[in-house]
Design a protein. Structure first.
Length: 446
């Protein structure tokens, strides 16, 4: 059976649960920020911010586990190949477990090197180290959660993905309030709460996968799971996405490092405003993730007409979402800042740079949305190229604008970085549908 033709209802049926699930992610970060922001002194917020950035660099460096799973599984889903779909899941889970185990074993030098490079005061680095050394023990399960989410998205079981994400974040919010506000564990409590949420979340997600398994399939064969062609494709796609994500995270890490050199107050203000960026990114990514599932399914089914319609519809809705975020930030930005911290100096600094958070959705929407299109098409080399070009432009521009405009220049360079990614992906977009037959929606390609 071929996937249903793309329409507004079909797109929103996928996107709305994904948007809701994604918006629970920055709520997790916002709760951590708010709890740390009410601890005495900006060093606590800076420590949690740097610790969170470390896990963004590490975990999202391996976000190919979700993206690669979605692209490959969505194409198997579109081709109605249940065995290939099942084998894709098993390969991705095994890879997540291996990578997570390596991270735990190498935690001491990894944390030390990363935090030394990111910078910050001695107090900020000490608190960040404390945070990282606790949270990293949940790394294998946190990475496996990416696989679970990617698989559910590829199979268009988005409500189950929503259940998993909401469960993880509710557990985290309850635990962080209990560990910090009730038990007084400070930064250690924030890290322990996140680790607990990742652990329980994987257990819940694994149960959902088992309950939704395709009946009467033959058991997986080791020779099929280790087939050279399948492993090579998995390796190539994942390497491209890994390098693409590494370049993205290097830009944001560079952003944080330069901000840290401008002082703890600027570092903390930027950390607050990056919560705006995170909320926006997860909201817009709901439509990008819907595009991943639809694009992958239509390519797997060899359906060109619905593919083009899915790209147009998802991009239009993503832009509308970005415009909504910009309006909300313009109207409610100061109130959001006041909610995240009660420190007067930090509030004033964050308000000074708020305009960058307001324009960010309209600049970033194009690269976020096209990421989803190219991931669904498993055109990962284009993703790698766009990120590398954008990073080169960012690195060349940053010293000039930062010297001239300080932290405003730092934010301007970040906006240029995202704009360049969107432009490059837009130029390369026709590669997604080249080679597909011009079949009408609903026409069988099998």
């Amino acid at each position: 059976m071929n996937p249903a033709p793309a329409g507004h209802r079909q797109l929103l049926r996928l996107a709305i649960p994904i948007v809701l699930a994604n918006l629970t992610q920055p709520l997790l970060s916002a709760v951590d920020t708010a709890v740390a922001g009410h601890l005495p002194g900006p060093a606590y917020l800076g420590g949690v911010a740097l610790g969170g950035l470390f896990f963004n660099l590490v975990f999202w460096g391996f976000s190919f586990l979700r993206m690669g799973t979605t692209g490959l599984a969505a194409q198997a889903f579109g081709a109605n190949d249940a065995v290939r779909l099942r084998d894709t899941l098993w390969r991705a889970l095994a890879l997540a477990g291996v990578i997570g185990a390596v991270l735990v074993l190498a935690r001491a030098p990894l944390i030390a090197l990363a935090l030394d490079w990111l910078g910050g005061s001695a107090d900020v680095r000490r608190l960040a180290t404390q945070y990282c050394e606790i949270r990293i023990f949940a790394a294998p399960l946190a990475l496996a959660n990416y696989v679970v989410l990617g698989y559910l998205l590829a199979c268009q079981r988005v409500r189950r993905g929503l259940f998993v994400q909401v469960f993880i974040n509710v557990v985290n919010m309850i635990a962080v309030l209990a560990f910090v506000r009730v038990l007084g564990w400070g930064v250690s409590g924030i890290a322990a709460a996140t680790a607990l949420a990742d652990t329980l979340g994987f257990m819940f997600g694994a149960w959902l996968l088992w309950a939704a398994r395709t009946p009467h399939l033959p058991p997986p064969r080791l020779s099929a799971l280790l087939a050279r062609a399948a492993l090579w494709r998995l390796f190539r796609l994942n390497l491209d996405i890994f390098l693409r994500t590494l370049f993205l995270q290097l830009a944001f890490a560079w952003f944080a490092r330069v901000g840290a050199r401008l002082g703890d107050l600027t570092l903390a203000a930027n950390a607050l405003l990056l919560n705006f960026q995170t909320f926006m990114a997860y909201g817009i990514d709901g439509f990008a993730h819907a595009a991943e599932a639809l694009v992958g399914a239509y390519i797997g089914a060899r359906q060109r007409a619905p593919l083009l319609r899915a790209i147009r519809l998802s991009t239009g809705w993503a832009f509308g979402c970005a415009l909504g975020f910009a309006v909300v930030y313009a109207l409610c930005g100061p109130a959001i800042i006041d909610t995240l911290t009660d420190q007067p100096a930090l509030r004033e600094a964050a308000r000074r740079f708020l305009p960058w958070a307001i324009v960010s959705p309209l600049v970033a929407v194009w690269c976020f949305q096209l990421d989803g299109v190219f991931i669904g098409a498993t055109r990962t080399r284009e993703l790698l190229s766009s990120s590398l070009i954008a990073l080169i432009v960012f690195a060349a521009l940053l010293p000039w604008v930062q010297d001239a405009w300080g932290n405003h220049g730092l934010w301007a360079a970040l906006m240029v970085f995202m704009a360049v990614r969107g432009v490059v992906l837009g130029v390369l977009l026709p590669r997604v549908w080249r080679g597909l037959p011009a079949l009408p929606a609903g026409t069988s390609a099998h």
